[in-house]
Design a protein around this ligand. Sequence first.
Ligand code: ADP
Ligand code: MG
Length: 261
Amino acid sequence: MTAPAAGPDDQMVYAENVHKSFGSLDVLNGVDLAVRPGEVCCVIGPSGSGKSTFLRCINHLEKIDGGRIWVDGSLVGYRERGGKLHELPDREVAAQRQAIGMVFQRFNLFPHMSALANVMEAPLRVRRQPKAAVREQALALLDRVGLADKAQAYPGRLSGGQQQRVAIARALAMRPKLMLFDEPTSALDPELVGEVLDVMRDLARDGMTMIVVTHEIGFAREVGDSLIFMDGGVVVEAGEPRQVLVDPRHERTRAFLSKVL
Ligand code: ADP
Ligand code: MG
């Protein structure tokens, strides 16, 4: 939820006055957000309002031009010394990023690798854990997303919903403390949306901290602990999902909801 009440130390994600521009285009104009451990925060808003950019800033795939973001108490991408921010070396940025799982609209699986190999890839390459242990964990993750029987299948032989579930298992393989979802079901045929949302619901139930950009208002209402509405690069409104959906405080939220509901 928005409005920094507690400080960054109590929150899994804490963003303060985040600004980001691409050339002369101001995309984020002072985003504030606080997400506590275990919270599921859903994000809605019109196309172009800066939702994806903000998610990418959280794991420093985009550099911010102003403000600050903390994840689990650590400043993302920078170290503060003498009141000044110094950018972290790539190696430290990579280490921060490993703690954050990201799932995109498009599944981005490696097409030449089986589902199992996709899930094993990052822990093998980055963590250099023993192969047998990585394999065992990957099989357990595939089981968790309901794909135990597809371990040897290549992405091309899987449906979009199955591929997205592999992508979630692959993100979980790095044991993230935070999961970012950017419209994870938007590219799916309608009949495949439910199986992906079910996996996300289970993840939420297990206590994962999640930020979910989504058009699935039903999911936001049922699974979300908080719902934020972004427009024009700011958080216009944040609150308990039902309150935001049923009785929004701001006209812009009301206008957006009247189009999507
Ligand atoms: P949303 O996810 O809410 O649809 P985005 O964060 O993707 O919005 O985009 C916000 C705005 O920033 C859009 O106008 C988009 O064209 C622009 N934008 C996003 N990424 C880039 C980029 N790498 N370079 C230039 N403009 C970008
Ligand atoms: Mg987007």
